[in-house]
Design a protein around this ligand. Structure first.
Ligand code: TXA
Ligand code: MG
Length: 345
């Protein structure tokens, strides 16, 4: 059976399914998530099965803004975080980031409360939490009245979905319900940070909140942890992720750095090239997929996954120009492209 796509007027069906321990794909401002009750191990097991996701990869628990108390206190109320295990400097950073960025595309990794199932955290002592900004996600969370675990609603390792139609392509035969909230506004996943005892943050995944903003807000450095393939601090750091079905080849330099002959030798008429912005001289209309028509990082992020899906339909080879910008959301975009073209095991 194919999943039923619900509009905002039909949320009661989605809320009932979630409360019964079933899965529902829901819109968030970053990407669509495959939601299930975060504190129910049976619902969590269904998420891993539907995505074919390995259980070593922990999930993010989503909470609603609480009517009373600070953003952070909502996490204690929801039974997710053990605040007694949080050092004062870490708490100050978490509070500053949550107050400024929530609801929004930031995930905080904090000490886990005892009632959180091992499947949610992959057995780690920490739990990842975020408060989404999409109005339908918030309404669903409020009406369900419990935190929802929601990984991106794609099969494991594949391109994240930013429309209900993408979710239908990815999981239509594996789940029963999809809530259509329109195209996601941010387009790349949340930034994931682990708050350290000294108040600094380890950046586990670049995403919708730029690193520089987190540094300004916390007053502490945000550092990229050393990643050894055998001791990944966060499984979102796997080399191959967000991948099209066809191989994506990363170019070592922008196309304009090549002369016309070299370009013509390399590209066949049926090949397609993801171009960050600008003219990309020498490409035909059919060969060029333009990431950011207005040159902005926000448009590039918003369009990224849809562009990769479009390219995957091409009959020729898939190429992407390297991202040369380093500010705003560009590092998150470069990270996704690097993994989309990463070696597959
Ligand atoms: O924007 C988002 O974050 C989306 C929407 C649906 O909210 N969700 C999402 O979930 O991207 P997912 O499962 O695709 O990515 C969760 C990331 C993974 O990289 C995972 O390894 C990391 O969060 N993570 C979760 N719990 C963690 C923990 N306790 N410690 C370190 N990393 C953790
Ligand atoms: Mg994902």
């Amino acid at each position: 059976m194919s999943a039923r796509v619900l509009q905002s007027t039909d949320l009661a069906l989605a809320v009932r399914a979630l409360r019964n321990g079933e899965l529902v794909a829901i819109p968030t401002e970053t990407v669509y998530g495959l939601a299930g009750l975060a504190l129910d191990p049976v619902a969590l097991a269904k998420i891993f099965a539907a995505k074919a996701r390995p259980t070593f990869d922990p999930l993010i628990a989503h909470v609603q803004p609480s009517p009373a108390g600070t953003r952070l206190e909502a996490l204690a109320t929801a039974g997710l975080v053990d605040f007694s295990a949080l050092q004062p400097a870490a708490r100050a950073t978490a509070e500053a980031l949550a107050d400024a960025c929530w609801p929004g595309p930031l995930t905080l990794v904090l000490p886990r409360a005892r009632g959180v199932p091992d499947l949610c955290t992959a057995g780690l002592n920490s739990v990842a939490v975020r408060m989404p900004a999409h109005p339908l996600a918030q309404e669903i969370l409020r009406r369900v009245g419990q935190p929802l675990a929601a990984p991106s609603a794609n099969r494991f390792g594949r391109i994240s979905p930013t429309t209900a139609a993408h979710v239908l392509q990815e999981l239509g035969e594996r789940i029963d319900w999809i809530v259509d909230g329109g195209p996601c506004a941010v387009g790349v996943e949340s930034t994931v940070v682990a708050v350290q005892s000294d108040g600094s943050c380890a950046l586990l995944r670049p995403g919708g909140v730029p690193q520089a903003r987190l540094e300004t807000l916390s007053g502490h450095p945000v550092f990229r942890p050393d990643v050894s393939p055998i001791a990944l601090p966060s499984p979102g750091l796997l080399a191959s992720h967000y991948a099209p079905v066809q191989t994506l080849h990363m170019l070592s330099a922008p196309l304009h750095a090549l002369d016309a002959d070299a370009r013509a030798r390399m590209l066949r008429p049926e090949d397609v090239v993801l171009v960050a912005s600008g003219e990309a001289k020498g490409l035909t209309v059919a060969q060029r997929v333009l990431l950011s028509p207005d040159g902005s990082d926000s448009a590039a992020a918003q369009r990224l996954f849809a562009c990769l899906r479009e390219m995957d339909c091409a009959t020729g080879k898939l190429y992407a120009e390297p991202i040369t910008q380093t500010d705003g959301l560009w590092p998150a975009i470069a990270d996704r492209l690097g993994r989309a073209s990463g070696p597959r095991s």
